[in-house]
Design a protein around this ligand. Structure first.
Ligand code: TMP
Length: 216
């Protein structure tokens, strides 16, 4: 029986998900909760190896469905080795990207047939839905500029950062459509606000949606 809580952070490039994940974890740990911060693709050694392969662009030529399969293979290992065990220990898991990234990047943008993607998702997660998903909404021009600033000198763009602005604009809309379709699970946050305000808005959403004695 899983007793912890599973929170996922989603959004386009440069939206501030990893900074927010760290900030939320610090806050929750200060209240005595045990927190595991992780990310996708990745989070386990096998999944990190798959991350390298996908983000280097090696799988791109095989098309969006092949990429969806690779993200799913990484997710299965990550769930089995990291997420479920942590939840079973009663920890709160904060995961930077999860199923909605596949729905939006490979599904909507890659035009994979929705029924097929839903079946792939079902066998991949085997019932493990996030308790709460925070969608960081940001103008993609601002996000891509932030992503460019954080790159090391000489480092190029990755597989998805190198897509067109039109791609990233569609991505933003697709995330908002996910949130509209599942309002009980998803909360949209304005990622254009200063990081401290974003962190407070995220914290308020967690307290509202996932009541816990430690957060009262
Ligand atoms: P990031 O962790 O630095 O955001 O990079 C992950 C990239 O992979 C990002 O561009 C989104 C993309 N992605 C997908 O396309 N599908 C997925 O299922 C996941 C988890 C990520």
């Amino acid at each position: 029986m899983a007793t912890g809580r599973f929170i996922t952070l989603e959004g386009g490039e440069g939206a501030g998900k990893s900074t927010l994940a760290r900030g939320l974890a610090q806050r929750a740990e200060a209240l005595g909760l045990r927190v595991k911060v992780t990310r996708e693709p990745g989070g386990s050694p096998k999944a990190e190896a798959i991350r390298e392969a996908i983000l280097s662009g090696q799988v791109k030529e095989h098309g969006p469905f092949a990429e969806a399969l690779m993200f799913s293979a990484a997710r299965i290992d990550h769930i089995d080795r990291v997420i479920r065990p942590a939840l079973q220990r009663g920890e709160w898991v904060i995961c930077d990207r999860f199923i909605d990234s596949t729905r939006v990047y490979q599904g909507t943008l890659g035009r994979i047939e929705p029924g097929l993607l839903a079946e792939l998702e079902a066998v991949t997660i085997d019932g493990l839905m996030p308790d709460l998903t925070l969608i960081l909404d940001l103008d993609p021009e601002v996000g891509l500029a932030r992503a460019a600033r954080r790159r090391a000198p000489g480092e190029g763009t990755d597989r998805f950062e190198s897509e067109t602005l039109a791609f990233h604009r569609k991505l933003r809309k697709a995330y908002l459509a996910v949130a509209e379709g599942e309002p009980q699970r998803c909360v949209v946050l304005d990622a254009g606000q200063p990081p401290a305000l974003l962190a407070q808005a995220a914290w308020n959403a967690i307290r509202d949606r996932l009541p816990a004695p430690q957060l009262a």
